[in-house]
Structure formats: C-alpha cells, structure tokens
Design a protein around this ligand. Structure first.
Ligand code: G4P
Length: 526
C-alpha cells in the first residue's frame, strides 16, 4: 500500500462552476487534454442538457447516461492526482451542484469576460463562502470583445463578495488580444488563436524587460506596465494562506476554447490548491490522514436501464484507505457491508479499484441501500455534516393516477427522494404529499422516471407555497402552540422533522414576528 500521507498530499479534488455558457465544459476538456486523459477536443459533452428544451426526454435520458461517465474525471498531472467533479449546468439541478460542492476541497469559477458575474455563479459562490472553500477565478473568452478587465475585477469583488488578486493580466482583448503577462510565474504568454496549439512563452526578466516592447510593441508594453503598476498598488501581494482560507480569489485571464491560459491556470492550481482537508462530522473533526477509512455518499445516480433498478452511489473518501471487499459499517442502517465492485473514475473510464485514498471518489453499485449523506466507517458512529437540503422553490401536490400501482409509486417516490432528485413533505392536515424542487424540469423528470422505471403514473396539482422552513424551539409549549395555530400549514419531511409551509413572504414574516421563540431554518441542517 502506498504511503497514505503522500497519497493525500498528491490529490486535488475540485469542481468547476459557472453560469451556463461561460465555458465550463470547454475548460474541463482542456484540463483533461493536459492531463493526457483525453486526446481530442470535443470528447466531453456533459452539461448540454441546459441547451435543450425542457420536454426533450430522449435528451434528458442521454444526459443521464453521459453524466455518469463525466461525474468524476480523474487524471494524473505531473506528481498530482486530479479529480474534477462535474456539476450539472442546468439551473434546475442547482441542488445537485450544492451537494457536489460538499465533496470538493476547492473550486474554479469560470466567468465570461463579456457577461461578467451572472446569477448562477452568484448563488454557487454563496455556498462556497458558507463553506470557506478556496476559489480561483478564470476569466474566459478574452479572444472576444468584452469588458475592461479592471471593471471585471471590481464586479467580481462586489458581486461574489470576495477579495480578488489578478495573477495574470491581459494585453488587450478581442481582436487585438495579444496574450497575458503572467504575474504568478513571471513571463509573457503570447496568444495564437489556434484550438490545438498551446501558449507560446516568452521569457523575460521583469516587467521592464525591453523584450516586452520588442514582442508586443511600445504602446501595448507601456499600457501593460501602467496596468501592472496599478495592480501592484491596489491589490495586496498574493497570499496563499488567504486563498486557502477562502478570503481571496486569485484571478487568471485566458481563452479556454483556444487553450490559452489554461496550462498556466493548471500549473498554479496544483501548486496552491489544497489537498484533502479535514471534514466536520457531527461527533468530531475527521482528518484525512487518520488510519481508519471514513467516507460519505454525496450523489446517487440511477441506472439507465429501467429493468435493473440499481444505482451508483458516489462515495467521497474522507480518511484512511478504502479497500475493495473490506467490511465497512453503513452507519444509518447499522449494517456491515462489503463492496466487491467499487469503481474509480480515471480518464473517463470506469474501472474496478482495489483501493482509494482521501480526496478520491468511488462509485458503488447499489440497489437501494444508500441515500445522500450516508456515512461509511470501520465501525465508528459518525455523521458527516454539510449536506443540507435547501428550501425548495417550487411545490406541487403529487397525485396517484393509477390506484393499481400505489406500491410502485410510493417506492419510486421514496427512491427518487433518496437520490436527492427533489424533496417530499407530507402535509399533516390533509395527508397529501408535496414535492418541492428548485426548477420545473425536475417535476418532468420525476413524472417520466416514475413511469419508465417504476411503471407508476402520477399527475401534479398546484399548490401555492412560498417556502418550506424547518422549525424548532427550545420551548416545547411554544412549538406545540405554533403547530396548533398553523396546523393547516404543517408538514413533515422524510426524516419526520417539522416543516412550516409558508404561502407567502408576508405570512412568513408575520409568523416570525408573532412567534419569537420559534427558529425558522431555510436549510435542513441547523
Ligand atoms: P458551459 O459548459 O459553461 O455551459 O460552456 P461551454 O464550455 O459549453 O461553452 C459555451 C460556448 O462558449 C461554446 O460555444 C464554446 O465553444 C464557447 N467558448 C468557450 N470558451 C471560449 C473562448 O475562450 N472563446 C470563445 N470565443 N468561445 C468560447 P457553442 O457555440 O455554444 O458550443 P459549441 O458548438 O462550440 O460546442
């Protein structure tokens, strides 16, 4: 067995996040090219679901298949083992992305230079901020006309609420884009618009080197020096510890499509990005270098074949060494399980692995044992935190339309909820089941999958709800009084916790004012 510490030190597990179309897929693909994991551009076709009409079922099914293959992309780069965790591009699957963010040690954010910070990036950044996840920002599409880079930096700071520090700087943009000055490594990287060729590097001594004038011309050289002087004056020197603490985000400029600035990004990333970090469990902090294996399920992917209702549970290794066929405890069930066919994800291929280390993800074939958040250990009672459900944004009653298939429907709903497709609440007043999602698309996916995988039929009925909030109080009587007063709007979630269904923002505000002893939570973990 390899040395645990050095295996941990080698690993970089991260996610690339962006608003759709900023260039996440393209950047992922180029990183894989550098890692030798793929050999041709165009091999990664994940996330295209975002571009299809919501009712294009074949497309959704195809996507589900593809996204298993690209869920985790592992490759070696120099001495490093890199794991990229894919996140769905479509905003209706934002919750999937939130959960994936719990399994990464850092994040790269891609921003389109013309569009700046967009809505989804803002939301995802909130999650990173909550978790103090270190982020690096890649400003993409410099080959196209876009905004002034100083404006972009200001916008990143104000919109993402994080300090930024440019580590590369563009020389013009769009048609006149000539390349970047690499502040991190020193050096001039010249741009040649070519999808296959990588950056040409010009060695220079420092920013005053006359080679710069010879290479990019006097005017651009003067402008560059002015910009760099301004940067050095305005932004404090880059401090890795601040980056690791999630306080400052280094910024790179480039063009993913032209493979420009990508290697520089990757080289800096492997140097400064964190290897697996300690993870908080309810009981204690778990350090990756601990000898005993621990891990948790952050994603469940249903099998494509409706005849085999099996899933793949994605387990993030948190500590120790995971071994094939070793007995591990499924903490929620209190059962000992052995896994004969765990898969690792290297270079987009799934292979059975004998062992895996902290930071790695293994896929475990499963037939309904797991749900999101489940913990595996060598016997310890451990519950990892940080996999909250968020209050959904859309709600509908789910109704059975084929009474002969009630059992199938209930089983289907239960499994889809365990997979984290959506959340279910049972109204305590009328006993009806409410499904809550973050987007319309999920209702369609659920209906389709219930029919195709479980042979059950359902229809949706409208319910006008603003938010579902988890409630608690130290004062039992106050809690009971609240539940009594609001009995028509009380529900329980799948774990049996009390949930208040507020039908408007006003009602929620009034409830908060009238019942000061009640705490209202908008995520299921508090
Ligand atoms: P996403 O995963 O973040 O949604 O974005 P994706 O990589 O799919 O990129 C969105 C579009 O932007 C793609 O064009 C892609 O080719 C283009 N793109 C990515 N990086 C750059 C860049 O550096 N410069 C320029 N000019 N374009 C870039 P598309 O036409 O929508 O898709 P495709 O048909 O090219 O795949």
């Amino acid at each position: 067995m390899a040395n645990l510490n050095s295996e941990i030190e080698k690993r970089r597990t991260f996610a690339i996040i962006s608003h759709p179309d900023a260039g996440k897929t393209t950047l992922t693909e180029k990183l894989l090219l550098f890692g030798g994991a793929i050999h041709v551009a165009g091999a990664v076709k994940s996330n295209k679901i975002k571009k299809t009409a919501t009712s294009d079922w074949m497309e959704i099914e195809k996507q589900r298949g593809i996204s298993v293959a690209t869920s985790v992309m592992g490759f070696n780069y120099g001495d490093y083992k890199i794991n990229i965790l894919d996140t769905p591009g479509h905003q209706d699957f934002a919750e999937d992305t939130f959960r994936t963010l719990t399994a990464v040690d850092s994040v790269i954010i891609v921003v389109d230079v013309a569009k700046g910070v967009e809505q989804q990036t803002r939301r995802l950044m909130e999650v990173c901020r909550m978790r103090h996840t270190p982020v690096i920002i890649f400003v993409n599409k410099l080959d196209r006309e876009g905004r002034d880079p100083f404006d972009i930096l200001d916008e990143l700071e104000s919109e993402l609420q994080i300090k930024v520090r440019p580590l590369s700087w563009p020389i013009n943009i769009g048609l006149h884009f000539k390349g970047v000055y690499n502040i991190f490594e020193g050096g001039l990287d010249l741009f040649t618009p070519d999808k296959q060729k990588v950056t040409e590097r010009v060695e220079i001594n420092d920013i005053n080197d006359p080679v710069i004038d010879e290479t990019i011309g006097d005017r651009d050289a003067a402008k560059l020096r002015e910009d760099i002087e301004l940067i050095e004056g305005v932004y404090p020197e880059f401090n890795v510890d601040d980056y690791l603490a999630g306080k400052v985000a280094p910024v790179f400029f480039g063009s993913a499509l032209n493979t420009f600035g990508v290697k520089e990004l990757l080289d800096c990333f492997v140097q400064i990005a964190p290897s697996p970090r300690p993870i908080h469990a309810l009981e204690r902090e778990v350090k990756p270098e601990e000898e005993k294996f621990t891990g948790f399920v952050f994603k469940i992917h249903a099998n494509m074949d409706p005849n085999h209702r099996s899933c793949i549970a994605f387990v993030k290794i948190c500590s120790g060494v995971f071994q094939r066929n070793a007995p591990y405890k499924h903490v929620r069930h209190g059962k000992i399980l052995k896994f004969a066919a765990p898969t690792a994800f290297m270079a987009q291929k799934k292979d059975i692995v004998d062992e895996a280390y902290p930071g790695d993800i293994v896929g475990i074939p499963d037939s309904g044992n797991f749900k999101i958040g489940d913990t595996l250990t060598e016997g310890e009672e451990l519950h990892f935190k940080g996999l909250p459900s968020f209050s959904p944004e859309m709600f509908k009653y789910i109704e059975n339309t084929d009474p002969m298939k009630t059992k199938q429907l209930n089983k289907g709903i239960e499994q889809l909820m365990d997979e984290g497709v959506a959340q279910m609440f049972t109204n305590q007043f009328n006993g009806r089941k409410i499904i809550g999602t973050v987007g319309q698309l999920q209702f369609e996916v659920i209906q389709y999958r219930l029919l195709h995988e479980y042979g059950a039929q359902c229809r949706w009925e409208p319910i006008s709800l603003y938010k579902a909030c988890w409630i608690e109080s130290d004062d039992k009587e106050a809690l009971e009084a609240f539940k009594k007063r609001k009995h028509q709007f009380m529900a329980i979630d799948k774990e049996g916790r009390d949930v208040f269904l507020a039908d408007s923002g006003y009602v929620l505000q009034m409830a908060q004012a009238d019942f000061p002893k009640i705490r209202f939570h908008f995520t299921s973990e508090f």
